[in-house]
Design a protein around this ligand. Sequence first.
Ligand code: UT7
Length: 324
Amino acid sequence: MYDATIHGVGSSIPIKRLTNADLEKMVGVSDEWVISRTGIKERRVADHSEATSDFAYKAAIGALEDASLNPSDIDMILVATETPDHILPPVASQIQHRLRCSSIGVMDIHATCIGFLSSLQIAEMYIKAGKHKNILVIGADTLSKLTDYTDPYTSILFGDGAGAVIVSRSEETRGTGILSTLLHADGGAFEALFVPGGGSRHPASDEHKAKMVMDGSKVFKLAVKSMTSGAEEILQNNGLRPEDVDWVIPHQANERIIDAVARNLGMPEHKIIKTIQYYGNSCSATIPISLHQATMDGRIKRGDLILMVAFGAGFVWGSALIRY
Ligand code: UT7
């Protein structure tokens, strides 16, 4: 078994800002109403000419530069996304083409807001087993394209963007890098957050809307419960306590959810990485964007122990422990 380390990080967010003042004009919500419910001041959204692969590509370039690697060094590309440019083909094959990688294997991972952690687990397994040396893992979404901008409860939450990491084989096995990953699902309550139309149940051509619908109260409570248990379970599996963790990078769905999970875990506020105030919930991109920001501003350093935890529509939840 090899160690699977995070060797480079990058991110890309749209230039266009969607502020609470903009939303006040669109759906009649006040800045105070939005901030008190979500902690979100603004989000970044793609314009009509931009699609998920545009942000995924730029994040990938950033991660390659950070790792001092060339596209020819990459053995596989994984893209976690709910918003591919097209229903088919995969975004990952477009990234392979744009990076001019050789004909390596690629996959899109469709696992809602935990997609980055699902992809990280796949990369971890390939690297630890010795199958590949460098895997490009991207979380990229443009949920603004699925957001109903007549609904105050969903339109305040979501933003767009991408984050990427290179997961690399470490030639020395020192127990560093991705220590552990955990994934769970319970599909019973899927209608509490879903897109009714645009899939094979109700194709885009009929009357079902291809926009997100959500039971916010139900999702809120499921999120707090599943993220708390996902964090507790992975710590317990690895014989660690909350105080052993240097940084928590939670999925950025709602600041109140993040704060409730931190309280349940007994984690002090200064250990929690938050980017939600300025980017909103960018689905599979929230964790790698937050990782990139916190490494760029010097908070996360090599050797720190990071706990990542997420939940998403499905419902699905997962966590990862990384000795960075
Ligand atoms: O990636 C997933 C994306 N979606 C979400 O994360 C959405 C989660 N939901 C929300 O963010 C919020 O419901 C909205 C922002 C959409 C609306 O905010 P709200 O109107 O202030 O909240 P709410 O009343 O709809 O729901 C919050 C629920 C309440 O339950 P009841 O009274 O409706 O049964 C609260 O009592 O969550 C409850 N709650 C908590 N549950 C567990 C509040 N604090 C906590 C807590 N732990 N700490």
